[in-house]
Design a binder for this molecule. Sequence first.
Ligand code: AMP
Ligand code: MG
Length: 488
Amino acid sequence: MINKNEAGWNFDNSYAHLPKSFFTSLNPTPVRSPKLIILNDPLARSLGLNVQALQSDDSVAVFAGNQIPEGAFPLAQAYAGHQFGHFNMLGDGRAHLIGEQITPQGDRFDIQLKGSGRTPYSRGGDGRAALGPMLREYIISEAMHALGIPTTRSLAVVTTGEPVFRETELQGAILTRVAASHMRVATFQYVANWRTVEELRNLADYTINRHYSDIEADENRYLSLLQEMMKRQAALIAKWQHVGFIHGVMNTDNMTISGETIDYGPCAFMDVYDPDTVFSSIDRQGRYAYGNQPYIGGWNLARFAETLLPLLHENEEQAIELAQAAISDYNAIYQSSWLTGMRAKLGIFNEEPDDASLIESLLNMMQKYRADFTNTFRALTFDKLEDTELNGTPEMAEWYELWQARLGRQQESKSSSHQLMRNSNPAVIPRNHRVEEALEAAVKQGDYSVMERLLDVLSRPYEHTTVQEEYCTPPEPSDRPYRTFCGT
Ligand code: AMP
Ligand code: MG
């Protein structure tokens, strides 16, 4: 038998040293008969873990919450945030932070079990998760990572050998999630609303030390925290827009302080370009539609700014002024992040004032002719316009001339432009029908080969080879729109 320390766990527990009111210390609820379904070998290695040892019964028991590895200190975090605009007390209702893995390089990552049992924050929920949604999070978070988008990652999924009851009986599962940290805008909202200013300062200082150490010596480091957080979120949301990712539930509890994408419940990728695209079954107003994501990012950041008021300045009016001035920069910061990435998607290196309108007119055409988002940019990259819905339209002929003229006005060669486009336009994204197909084989037939092939292709999204061809095809048109669900 392999000793569990051979797995390479090397835990520290800095969060557990914060004020006790920030969390509840408790162990996961053990499960009947855990079985390892998938393990992320490259991620495990990068964390300093031993892939072989992680497959032992002892390690699987750790992924299931049945055993607590040496040095771990399991806890559920408290937070309170805005869900669809309404403020609620939340917290880890079905997750346990088991510790912070310190890698051989000295980096710190939260290791969290999701679906690991009830906590004081479960609010009537069963604390559990089903296999399909946990594998879905695994696939999409790993695809996001490969696309170059900051995200929490997935180390392993185990089944529990216990049923979970949703509309039907499903197989229970636990995901091991890896994150820079699990602090959210909602963590600040909880402390700012219900705890003391001293505790708020404690949380902010901890955050700065863990995620924004560059600003530690700034004159007003809390203002710097707000500004830097805005930059990270603007950059993150711009990256989502560049690949057609729709998060689906941008509540303040699902916005991390580190700037990583978190919570892969109802998210999905857009096929046809349409800013009104919504997949989540509960988002009836389209609050979190594709085209609304940048705006909602700003709204959430304003909630974050409110929590920092007591730290920004001792005089409340001046604190509000500082926060407002910072927040009013958000649109410009976002627009600049978005433009930089969109220019790259079109092979443009330098800046011209009309770039935004060149890009907008392409997007407008794509919307009008219901063009596939990913494949349109692929076609432009490889000069295969005949493959797109825009081919032969009068607008496209005119736009193409403008674009070519624009490329002609920069120093860089055609081939550098082409290379930039290859690196900025993925060949494959996790298309909904492909993800569903993989999950169906895994969950219904216990056949994981479809998912493994998909994961392999998604791990190299910018390699434009024939291997990817098969995964580029959009779904057959259907009368029934694709729907996703929260909290499953
Ligand atoms: P989410 O929609 O996944 O962001 O979850 C919102 C809140 O509900 C968080 O506080 C979760 O911990 C909690 N939650 C979601 N599903 C469950 C569940 N099955 N049992 C307990 N809490 C849950
Ligand atoms: Mg959440």
